[in-house]
Design a protein around this ligand. Structure first.
Ligand SMILES: [Zn+2]
Length: 491
């Protein structure tokens, strides 16, 4: 054989060897003891939709995202064929209360988990009723959702959730002076809260004291706009998430200044009146009037301040619309009551039936829901952050399931499905400064994910079609989730 021909044959042989090695996966990266989800469509708020990917998870983190055939699978890999499925970041419910119902509380972590909720923000309850669940979650980071907690509602005098009835469990601590604020906030910081929650009956001085201390300690403050204040001063003081858009209408009316003066008079009541009664009487006197006198210019001014200060909104449409929509009376909703502890099932069925009766006579609720959905469109248009939250388990909102309804209602209010997903994934991560760690499907990010059957971008209802939940890198497939549901039914 001549020398040049010899060289050509040798080169062809090398090429053949390389090609045959590639075709059986040799030369491709491989990952020992990894979870590999192959040929899956991925969706997140930054990278959009990426199809035909293989996602590799090791030691709780996403270590590789490649085209479906670019990883060599090993016999020690746990492989999930993701063909036809959609992978999204784990969901957050940013407004929950473990302390609201002590019978339900021990089931809540599992209820969230089987519904794809991998993190929650507890927005108010005494530490002894919330902290044990946060600790339990910290001890089982691959099996339970993470809990961020605010501790008790920091409320003024008289306080609303004072333990005077089942409907008003003792979720709050009553502040009587600015000195009380110092004592309470220091104590909460020592107990390891992740944020503070300021409530409706605080005086302006007390509220500003909460904000001052929170800023010094680097704690975010969520809450309701105190009745003694207007929305602009609350935003300027730095409250960074307003829950339920509560009391916002009072600051968006043409007569908002005089409404504030009247409220301050109404708050000067003799001792002995309960916080809930006083709050209800002020709402009754002002809410509808304010919505009737809604002023576009005043509202724009308020929302521009929110945008400037990053005053985010947690609209909890699923709570506010409970008397306007029919969700808790729907059959699929009532089916979720099967997962509740035995002793609660009956009362939740009866309660949701009562709501069905109230639905026939709900003109003022409907007005309020319509107003809120209108405002939410403006909030979105001004690029103000929105987070998905529910207020579960108040108003028969089943933990976990109700978050999926919130996502649906956010889409009904004008968000795109992708924007709705962002409110329950990337936005909560940003809220806690974790946006470089989680909330997206990226290499290096925490492997908290949900595998869905059906694209949530085509129909947001598909977030309910859960095939698997991945928490801290551990796969919980349908069999595992069904088993957990069975154990919930037996409680
Ligand atoms: Zn709440």
């Amino acid at each position: 054989m001549s020398k040049p021909l010899n060289q050509i044959v040798r080169k062809l042989c090398v090429l053949f060897l390389v090609l045959s090695a590639l075709s059986c996966g040799e030369g491709l990266p491989e990952y020992e003891n990894a979870l590999c989800i192959t040929n899956v469509a991925m969706i997140d708020a930054k990278n959009g939709l990426r199809e035909y990917r293989t996602v590799v998870v090791q030691e709780g983190r996403i270590v590789s995202i490649t085209h479906k055939d670019s990883v060599r699978l090993l016999s020690n890999n746990e492989v999930v064929d993701g063909t036809g499925n959609y992978l999204i970041p784990g969901l957050w419910d940013t407004h929950v209360h473990f302390a609201y119902d002590t019978i339900l509380a021990p089931s809540m972590l599992d209820l969230f988990f089987v519904h794809g909720i991998t993190s929650v923000r507890d927005t108010g309850g005494r530490l002894k009723s919330v902290k044990p669940y946060k600790q339990m979650a910290e001890e089982n980071p691959m099996d339970l959702p993470r809990v961020m907690m605010a501790g008790p509602l920091i409320d003024g005098t008289p306080n609303v959730y004072d333990g005077s009835s089942d409907r008003l469990p003792p979720l709050s601590v009553r502040i009587e002076s600015e000195l009380d604020v110092v004592e309470v906030v220091n104590r909460l910081e020592n107990e390891g809260v992740d944020l503070l929650k300021a409530y409706e009956m605080l005086s302006e001085k007390e509220f500003l004291q909460v904000m001052k201390l929170a800023k010094a300690k680097g704690l975010p403050v969520a809450g309701h706009i105190p009745l003694s204040m207007d929305a602009i001063s609350v935003s300027e003081a730095g409250m960074n998430s307003i829950e339920h858009m509560r009391n916002l209408e009072l600051s968006c009316a043409s007569n908002s200044d005089s409404l504030l003066q009247i409220r301050r008079q109404m708050l000067k009541v003799p001792m002995g009146i309960g916080g809930s009664v006083l709050r209800a009487s002020i709402h009754k006197a002002q809410k509808e009037v304010a919505m009737e006198l809604y002023d576009e210019v005043v509202a724009d001014e308020v929302l521009d301040i929110f945008a400037k200060n990053n005053t985010w909104q947690v609209p909890t449409l699923v709570l506010n619309g409970v008397l306007s929509f029919d969700h808790v009376t729907r059959e699929d909703w009532r089916d979720t009551f099967d997962l509740l502890p035995d002793s609660l099932r009956k009362s939740w069925h009866a309660g949701s039936k009562r709501i069905a009766v109230m639905l026939t006579n709900n003109a003022s609720w409907k007005k309020s829901t319509d107003w809120q959905m209108m405002m939410l469109k403006k909030v979105k248009a001004k690029n103000i952050g929105i987070m998905a939250g529910t207020d579960t388990p108040i108003a028969f909102l089943t933990p976990g399931y109700s978050l999926h309804e919130e996502l649906y209602l956010l889409v009904q209010s004008g968000l795109t499905p992708m924007e709705a997903l962002e409110t329950a994934t990337l936005k909560p991560a940003e809220y806690f400064g974790l946006e470089n760690e989680e909330g997206l499907l990226q290499e290096g990010f925490l492997a908290d994910m949900v595998l869905l059957d059906g694209s949530p971008l085509e129909n947001i209802r598909n977030t309910r079609n859960i095939q698997a939940v991945i928490k801290g890198g551990k796969l919980h497939d349908m069999t595992a989730l069904e088993q957990r549901k069975r154990s919930l039914r037996k409680r």
